[in-house]
Design a protein around this ligand. Sequence first.
Ligand SMILES: NC(=O)c1ccc[n+]([C@@H]2O[C@H](COP(=O)([O-])OP(=O)(O)OC[C@H]3O[C@@H](n4cnc5c(N)ncnc54)[C@H](OP(=O)(O)O)[C@@H]3O)[C@@H](O)[C@H]2O)c1
Length: 287
Amino acid sequence: MRILICGANGQLGSEINELSASFSNLEFVFSDLPELDICNREMLARFVSENQIKGIINCAAYTAVDKAEEDSKTAELVNATAVGNLVAIAEAQNLKLIHISTDYVFDGTAHFPYSEDCEVSPIGVYGKTKRKGEEFVLTSSSESIVIRTSWLYSSFGNNFVKTMLRLGAERAELGVIFDQVGTPTYARDLANVCLEIFSKEDKMDQKGKVYHFSNEGVASWFDFSKAIMEMGNVDCIVNPIETKDYPTPAQRPHYSVLNKAKIKAVFGIEVPYWRDSLKICIEKLME
Ligand SMILES: NC(=O)c1ccc[n+]([C@@H]2O[C@H](COP(=O)([O-])OP(=O)(O)OC[C@H]3O[C@@H](n4cnc5c(N)ncnc54)[C@H](OP(=O)(O)O)[C@@H]3O)[C@@H](O)[C@H]2O)c1
């Protein structure tokens, strides 16, 4: 099966690229802006048929959560309208589709890990546009699923892990939010899950169209940064601060831990603990 990876230069797309050699039953076509813009339906349809694509993993997104508050038009185009394009092409050309979404579709008022059937109620532009993108997939007749994930980091691209390592080397002390709780997720682990699902013969949406995947366990951004400093051997004091003391344009959920029971049961996936995966990523960064 030949699979198109959209947004291939981002964190998740780059991890899929690196893992792709281990999946010899799959062929890959990697694409990103400007050569393939998922907002351009004609370009996308032509590219898919010319390259004889049979499956798509959509890693492309507008991921700048704060910037989205003032640039909602672009966020909507990439996170919602373009997903409509992918779904329309998947239906017309009979393709399988994995679309990636986010824990930010929840408002964060829960006190237990969110399962797939919990009510969504995004509180920012990014989450709202990602939810609209999900809706195209959920109502599609194509064989397509949404995988929601949280707090992605990788050795590729810019992310919280790299920012903490850089700031930790520059400063003696840092304040990091402790009243937002979720689960850090190594994009490599998510990449592996997407490719495992595509490798399986089974119809991937027969047990529903939404799945949750993050690493195992729970952390605040403060806990996450303490672990980064410790594993990266960075001598920087991290102090816990409250969200109100670090105002940002976008509001974020206070609690967004995902329940992964469904993806584990349906696809037989083992989920690594977040600290174990973080250690692997930091060791790779240190090489
Ligand atoms: N990062 C997180 O913490 C996080 C958390 C939960 C869920 N997610 C979701 O996980 C998925 C992967 O995230 P990520 O962190 O790997 O994202 P990322 O690093 O920001 O990569 C996204 C890629 O998509 C590209 N792109 C943007 N607009 C495009 C378009 N119109 N056509 C084609 N490509 C386009 C970007 O190019 P440019 O860089 O040139 O714009 C970038 O290379 C996304 O769906 C995201 O919403 C992410």
